[in-house]
Design a protein around this ligand. Sequence first.
Ligand code: COA
Length: 260
Amino acid sequence: MAYRNLEIGHRGAVRTITVNRPDKLNALNRETLNELTLAFAQAAQDDAVRVVVLAGAGDKAFVAGADISQMNGYTAIEAQSFSRTGQRLMSSIERLGKPVLARIQGFALGGGMELAMCCHLRIASEKARFGQPEINLGLIPGFGGTQRLLRLAGRSAALELCLSGATITAQRAYELGIVNRVVAPEALDETVNALADQLAAAAPLAAASILDCVLQGGETSLDQGLEFETQAFALMFATEDMKEGTSAFLEKRKATFKGS
Ligand code: COA
């Protein structure tokens, strides 16, 4: 299907979803949130898709935030619905069951940083900039920023970034554990593609299970998390991919995983 604010690409088992409003630095208006919700639901349902790369069009921004011009006219009730729509989208990305990789070349501010944080891995250009500047607008993050930043980087970083509204460099975001890798701008696509290909070749049911264990584990006690892991580990023994992976190792050949 055709989207007004997104561009969808395919490369083997890698689906690329690009927010495409470069003249507005890819700001997230309601229509874009709805289109992203649909595009991620399609990626989840399509068995041929094993990895999703999320990007922003143009050189300047991944996503520069929620659309301020739209928010400016909202009533509190409309704002509540906008926040819920964004939060539901971001939770659905986090719970996609397939690895989602954020490619961040420029500004990832406000809703853009929140969108990057709900992805499972983040690769940033040295030119990328991060921040939760909502406080400068008399606002607070509304798409999960206070919660995911807390979980990703701890209370100290979450409070510093959200209270100051400051913009930080990719290197600082790396030091805080917010991004996985920082690379030269000219190496960004190569790095993202190589990682996406590597993830796409991995056993999909095992990948889904790892995502589930780690995400659940962040919300439970260690004992509950360990029990969850045991059950998930045992379930892998019912898969063809586990037989293929272990046999391939013993036969000294490369495994081919089918997701069954
Ligand atoms: N919502 C709506 N429009 C936005 C936007 C946002 N979050 N961020 C940028 N834009 C628009 C600008 O209004 C401008 O549109 P115009 O050309 O029609 O005036 C266009 O994108 C380019 O942005 P501009 O501000 O001219 O670029 P810049 O290089 O001078 O500054 C930023 C870049 C990112 C520093 C600046 O755009 C900015 O501060 N954006 C808002 C960031 C923010 O507060 N995000 C959190 C929102 S909750």
